[in-house]
Ligand binder design. Structure first.
Ligand SMILES: Cc1ncc(COP(=O)(O)O)c(C=O)c1O
Length: 489
């Protein structure tokens, strides 16, 4: 029996003060208006101030209203805070951003991303995703076919590192079919990847129970391609030492040089040795669209799995990465898990959560589908060819400009160079601090080089000219020094 005073009881839902539907609608429309104002302002700001003013983390804490508190704030305060945050955020979408293997802003891709946020779908079931799930399947099927995986399939992951993780997981589970149930056992399992492979390969080996020390880093030739003979030798030596080789990772588009491992040779070795071949084509996958460039991945149709990041070259916002497999069933075999509250349909094929690492999964497919629908294979191929052309143009200009030294002819979309006698990392830092450009540096053949990434066709030859002028402007203020680096770097 309830003995409490009825006046103390919690109000029932119907007793709550009501906000009228019409006033809710007013608040919503006011908020979206404010958001559109922010977007408009941001577009203008990008034009007038393409590199955000440099601020240290301490200065940002002082200048911005970032603290969270028990009480909320009025919309005026919130939107003012957002305005200041936007103004101080690095402009990865401007024509002065050459720092990483993504950038620019395609309108259709951005609209696709905004709509995906609006829909707030989760891609684990057809029930929750509806046509969004079909869109993801259409994309992965098309990408698999482009890779030559006629019977293959794929799924979107949170990024290239996770696509690589998934490929490595499939390889591990095929090699040790009881690993999922019992854990990894037996002899030391070993992985082979080039010395220029992405850092996610050893990192993933650490997460998969393989061990980072069991990733063999194979030497590369002068163009940054894995040496097949060195690979064969390493596998043979490991077998003689009692190890258990199970996986070769080929890189199609290395992170700094943009180089392509010789896939046909890797296929042959993988076949001879009975190893899984995973291709990290996070960067290079998009070259499959181009008649002129596809040859760099020749033989890829015989690989077992492939990572392909569309957000690197295809003009869609981060992140849009897929793991593709040559044969169907591996993803389900390694990632399915019963969950009676979630997977309830007979149409198992459409419940993509039975093939993904995550449970709830964001919709990365809609933006890429929108771009692909808008441009078609041909439009995307034109874009890829244009990026390759921009890289060649940049390399030719570096050869011509006095004081700049090209590290190597570009293998694809990255161009590595030095300013003669000046420290590369300081040149990059001066460009950033003086609000001129954002560009990164890496190591090529034991030298620290500036890496110019040509990954967005928002950039034109004139933007590259401006960039080189800026480099030459700041370089005299960088320390004089050699860019040779210690071998352990
Ligand atoms: C060759 C290569 N693989 C994998 C990745 C990782 O991709 P993500 O940043 O989406 O995790 C990168 C990122 O630059 C890369 O260059």
């Amino acid at each position: 029996m309830n003995t409490r005073d009825p006046s103390e009881q919690a109000p029932r839902p119907t007793d709550r003060p009501k906000v009228s539907r019409s006033s809710e609608a007013r608040v919503r429309s006011d908020r979206y208006e404010r958001a559109f104002d922010l977007i408009r302002e941001h577009f203008e700001r990008e034009g007038s101030e393409p590199v955000a003013a440099y601020r240290s983390p301490k200065e940002l804490h002082e200048e911005l209203d970032l603290g969270l508190s028990a009480e909320g704030t009025a919309d005026e305060v919130l939107f003012e805070a957002l305005r200041s945050i936007l103004a101080r955020t690095p402009r990865t979408t401007s024509t002065r951003f050459f720092n990483q293997l993504f950038g620019g802003r395609g309108d259709i891709g951005t609209i696709g991303e905004l709509l995906a946020a609006l829909l707030n779908s989760s891609m684990y079931t057809f029930k929750a995703g509806g046509p969004q799930v079909l869109i993801e399947r259409e994309l992965t099927r098309r990408m698999a076919r482009l890779a030559g995986f006629e019977e293959g399939e794929g799924i979107f992951t949170p990024g290239g590192s996770m696509s690589n993780f998934t490929g490595m997981l499939l390889a591990r589970n095929v090699h040790q079919p009881r690993a999922r149930e019992e854990g990894v056992g037996g002899r030391r399992m070993t992985v082979y990847a080039s010395q220029l492979c992405h850092y996610s390969i050893p990192k993933n080996a650490g997460m998969l129970g393989i061990g980072r020390e069991n990733v063999r880093r194979i030497a590369t030739d002068e163009r940054g391609r894995m040496l097949p003979d060195a690979l064969r030798r390493a596998i043979g030596e490991d077998r003689s030492a009692g190890c258990d080789p199970f996986l070769i990772v080929g890189t199609c588009g290395t992170t700094v040089l943009g180089a392509f491992d010789p896939v046909e040779e890797l296929v042959e070795i993988a076949r001879e040795e009975g190893l899984w071949l995973h291709l990290d084509a996070a960067l290079g996958g998009s070259l499959l669209l181009s008649d002129r460039a596809r040859g760099l991945l020749a033989g890829c149709e015989a690989a077992d799995s492939m990572t392909w990041n569309a957000h690197k070259l295809l003009g869609v916002p981060l992140s849009a990465s897929v793991i593709l497999t040559r044969q169907k069933g591996h993803l389900f075999g390694s990632l399915s898990q019963k969950a009676s509250y979630l997977f309830q349909s007979d149409e198992d094929d459409y419940d993509l959560g039975t093939r993904s690492i995550q449970c709830g999964r964001r919709n990365d497919a809609l933006k890429l589908w929108a771009v692909w629908k808008s441009q078609g294979d041909r439009g995307l191929a034109t874009r890829v060819d244009r990026l390759l052309e921009l890289a060649r143009y940049a390399a030719a200009r570096i050869r011509d400009i006095k004081g700049l030294v090209l590290a190597k002819d570009p293998e694809s979309v990255t161009v590595c160079f030095e300013v003669e006698g000046r420290r590369s990392e300081e040149v990059c830092e001066l460009l950033r601090r003086e609000q001129r450009a954002l560009v990164g540096y890496g190591i090529v053949d034991g030298r620290r080089v500036i890496r110019l990434a040509c990954v967005t066709d928002d950039i034109e030859e004139s933007d590259l000219e401006v960039f080189f002028e800026e480099v030459l402007e700041v370089a005299p203020r960088a320390s004089i020094g050699d860019n040779a680096v210690a071998p352990e770097e």
